[in-house]
Ligand binder design. Structure first.
Ligand SMILES: [Zn+2]
Length: 148
């Protein structure tokens, strides 16, 4: 592909003969290293057009190496983010599981609380009957001591 085969009618909205929208690729030829061009997305038809029609706007080999380094750096950090995301996803799962556990515990505590409230309602009655029983015992003791 040389700059003489410029097709100015190909742009980012062009649909190729295969029916796909053209994609941007990067040339690795000696004449145009790093120069971007439009091409067939599935590499079947030979549609072609430079992104930058000015052939001087090619990327120099050292710039290309720099860009490759940046891509590698970004891929590395992307991989780290993916790992962190996985970690956070597991933590979220664990937290949701704990929330469910806490909800179940909370429900059990509510049931126990209802039972305790019922028992507490009985306390004044028990106290009343205990006092009544005590008074009766005292009365019996007093009556016995008076009759003897
Ligand atoms: Zn095509």
């Amino acid at each position: 592909m040389s700059s003489s085969s410029v097709n100015t009618r190909v742009n980012s909205r062009t649909i190729c003969e295969c029916g796909y929208q053209v994609i941007v690729k990067v040339s690795n030829t000696q004449q145009n290293p790093g120069r971007r061009f439009y091409g067939c997305a599935i590499r079947v038809c030979g549609i072609f057009g430079w992104v930058d029609l000015d052939s001087n706007r090619t990327v120099q080999p050292n710039q290309l190496a720099d860009l490759h380094n940046r891509i590698r750096t970004l891929q590395t950090s992307n991989e780290q983010y993916r790992l962190e995301f996985g970690c956070l996803h597991r933590m979220e799962f664990e937290l949701l599981r704990r929330i469910e556990e806490q909800k179940m515990l909370n429900n059990e505590l509510k049931k126990e609380n209802v039972l305790l409230v019922k028992k507490c309602d009985m306390v004044p009655k028990i106290v009343f009957f205990s006092k009544l029983l005590f008074a009766l015992v005292i009365a019996v003791v007093v009556l016995r001591s008076l009759s003897s």
